[in-house]
Design a protein around this ligand. Structure first.
Ligand code: SF4
Length: 209
């Protein structure tokens, strides 16, 4: 981890002291469900949905038994509810068939209905594993800053893993999400309030708005 990246990590930490997972969950499986629901949806809305949803079903067995129409009704307001309901049902069936919730990244990635980003979040947040889940915020912010220069989330993930010490990966993921969510917005990044201007390729190249 070079001095420049250490500085970026430190400044992000100064700007986002509370950076952490904002999804509510009571078990690794519940986090998995919440992460599936969070695609294209705010964590705030997901928390509202899961507060009610987990009263009806909170284990893989519960979700396997729940009719898909009932599940769709309960998660309707988070959007893409057909796909998300199917993913939750498939992941739940996969966990039940496999004899329980996997605790390693490879096992999580093998679950049906679970993509790489979701597996990385669950591995890092629920199990304290070292992983960088690249969502839209992480992708945008890391490529703007120049700590990655990639065309895909997978490439970004590989470059961030190479550029930062392994014990920083999990927290870096949250720092980049917070930065994207609260400062480095997709349309109008708040560069005036950002401590990273001197380190940021996007800003230095005159892309500020
Ligand atoms: S300087 Fe602007 S574009 Fe660069 S990281 Fe900060 S908010 Fe984002």
């Amino acid at each position: 981890m070079n001095a420049q990246n250490e500085k970026i990590y430190r400044l992000l930490g100064e700007m986002h002291k509370d950076a952490d997972c904002e999804l509510d969950f009571g078990s690794p499986f519940q986090l998995l469900v919440a992460v599936i629901l969070s695609a294209q949806c705010t964590d705030k809305r997901v928390n509202m949905i899961t507060e009610e949803l987990f009263k009806h079903a909170s284990t893989p067995e519960d979700f396997v038994a729940m009719p898909v129409e009932e599940l769709e009704k309960l998660i309707f307001s988070c959007g893409f509810y057909h796909n998300k309901a199917r993913a939750i049902k498939e992941a739940s069936a996969s966990i039940v068939e496999g004899g329980g919730m996997p605790t390693d990244r490879e096992g999580l990635m093998k679950l049906r209905g679970v993509g790489r980003k979701t597996a990385n979040v669950v591995y890092a947040v629920a199990y304290g594993g070292n992983a960088i889940a690249v969502d839209t915020h992480v992708f945008r912010v890391s490529n703007r800053l120049g700590i990655a220069s990639a065309k895909t989330p997978e490439e970004t993930e590989r470059q961030l893993m190479a550029a930062f010490d392994e014990d920083k990966w999990g927290h870096l993921h949250h720092l980049l999400i917070f930065h994207g969510r609260y400062t480095c917005h997709s349309q109008k990044p708040d560069c005036a309030a950002c401590l990273l201007k001197e380190e940021c390729n996007y800003y230095k190249n005159g892309q500020k708005v």
